[in-house]
Structure formats: structure tokens, C-alpha cells
Design a protein around this ligand. Structure first.
Ligand code: ADP
Ligand code: MG
Length: 241
């Protein structure tokens, strides 16, 4: 285990039938780091996020959070250890309001704080994401980008230490793209540990100090964006050579 790592994954394997979606991946993320996780479609990024959030259990390898072994633990245990995640395709309650979407997961969670504290947190989150004016709108009335922001808000409700963001820019109108980038930067400044998934090499390169590249379930590069962009393996993975 890398000492001091907040997220520490070692030799992770996840199979679906004959496919090794994640195939021996090792990744260590220090507290407060903002890293980009990129790779072509089908390279295993979402599966890795599912493993790191407890949505799936690995067939092999170890996951540690702040030193605690998490293998086989349920997603709510990961959440309780401070892992928040968003989904590539937003999983909102479409006919509930923006505010209700923030409140519902926290209120149903066992051992949650009192309703007052949860409402206070929701107000903070709405203000942070500049969604206050939309609080009473139904989620289905939001634009794609606003839905991505609301997803981020849901992940923030439990005050996580780690945020796993699966393609937060996908399908977002350019007008809102800058806003989402800006909010992620601000979360990073505030000390959140963030793994930001994208399939586009250029989109995240300017945002993060460290890029991890996956191809066919493996990590093929890990370093500064400049170093990674020079790597022959990465160029091959993207051009299919
Ligand atoms: P990415 O997010 O990088 O596009 P995924 O993790 O979604 O990649 O998928 C990696 C591989 O695993 C793909 O070949 C995909 O078809 C396969 N896969 C992902 N989830 C499942 C599943 N639930 N059942 C079967 N195959 C899956
Ligand atoms: Mg994916």
C-alpha cells in the first residue's frame, strides 16, 4: 500500500463473462489530489468507478480507503467512509424537485443527521452549485448540464472526502461546461480528493495535474498531462494502432 494514500487500489480485476473489464489495475490517490482518468470507450473506466464506490466487488485485488480494506463492502459502507460518486447517465428522480433530489438520499440513509441539518446542507449545496433558483423545479425540466450539476450536488450531500465523477462533461452544452469545470476546480481548492473520468484526452488535460490512462482494463500511463500526451502507448490506444 502506498503510505498516506486516501484511495489505494492494487491489482484490481473485474470480469464480465469472458471480458476482463478491469484487468490488474493499480492506482493510488493522495488526499486532496485531482486526477483525470481517461481512456477510449470500453477501456474500463466506469467499471473502475463502480469498484471504487462499492457498486461492484472486485474478483481480484484490494481496495483500501484511508488504510481500511473495503473489499466486499456494500456501496453504502463506501459512502459512509466518505466516497461520493456521480453517474455517466444521471440517475435523478425525474418527477421530484431539485431540492427533493438532494434531500431524499440523505433522509433515507440510516444514521443520518436530523432533518434540519440535512436541509441546511442542501441549501449550502444549492448555493455552491448556483442552483438555488431552480430548487422547486422538477429534475426532468433541467438541461443536461444542470442535471450533471444536480448529480454532483447529490454526491456532495454526505460531505464526502472522495468524489468519483463519471464523465461530468458528457452531453453538456458548452454554455454550462465552464460552470461545471469551475465548480470542480473550486471543490479541488477546498480539499476534496477527486477522480474525474472522461473519454476525451484534451478536455481534462488542462484541468488536472495528473492523468491516468486506461486501455483494455489496464493502466497504460500515469503522470503529468504533458508526459502522458507524449506517451506512445497512449497515442496508440487512442488511434487504435
Ligand atoms: P468505459 O467506461 O471506459 O467506457 P466500461 O467500464 O463501461 O468502460 O466497460 C468496460 C468493458 O466492460 C466493456 O467491454 C463493456 O462492454 C464491459 N461491461 C461493462 N459493464 C458490464 C456489465 N455489467 N456486463 C457485461 N459487460 C460489461
Ligand atoms: Mg464509462
Amino acid at each position: 500500500m502506498a503510505s498516506g494514500a486516501l484511495v489505494d487500489a492494487s491489482g484490481l480485476v473485474k470480469r464480465f463473462g469472458g471480458i476482463r473489464a478491469v484487468d490488474g489495475l493499480t492506482l493510488s490517490v493522495a488526499p486532496g489530489e485531482l486526477i483525470g482518468l481517461i481512456g477510449p470507450n470500453g477501456s474500463g473506466k466506469t467499471t473502475l468507478i463502480n469498484l471504487l464506490s462499492g457498486a461492484l466487488s472486485p474478483d481480484n485485488g484490494t481496495i483500501r480507503l484511508d488504510g481500511t480494506r473495503m473489499n466486499g463492502k456494500a456501496a453504502h459502507v463506501f459512502a459512509g467512509q466518505g466516497v461520493g460518486r456521480t453517474f455517466q447517465i444521471p440517475r435523478l428522480f425525474r418527477r421530484m424537485t431539485v431540492l427533493e433530489n438532494l434531500l431524499a438520499p440523505a433522509l433515507t440513509r440510516t444514521g443520518a443527521r436530523g432533518r434540519g441539518a440535512i436541509e441546511l446542507r442542501a441549501a449550502e449545496v444549492l448555493a455552491f452549485l448556483h442552483l438555488g433558483a431552480l430548487a422547486q423545479n422538477e429534475a426532468r425540466a433541467l438541461s443536461g448540464g444542470q442535471q450533471k450539476l444536480l448529480e454532483l450536488g447529490r454526491a456532495m450531500m454526505l460531505e464526502p472526502r472522495v468524489l468519483l465523477l463519471d464523465e461530468p462533461f458528457a452531453g453538456v452544452h458548452p454554455k454550462l461546461l465552464g460552470e461545471i469545470v469551475d465548480r470542480i476546480k473550486e471543490l479541488s481548492r477546498r480539499g476534496y480528493t477527486i477522480i474525474l473520468v472522461d473519454h476525451n484526452l484534451d478536455a481534462v488535460g488542462g484541468l488536472v495535474g495528473r492523468l491516468v490512462v486506461m486501455a483494455r482494463g489496464r493502466g497504460i500511463a500515469d503522470g503529468t498531462p504533458e508526459d502522458v500526451l507524449r506517451s506512445i502507448d497512449v497515442i496508440d490506444a487512442y488511434t487504435g494502432a
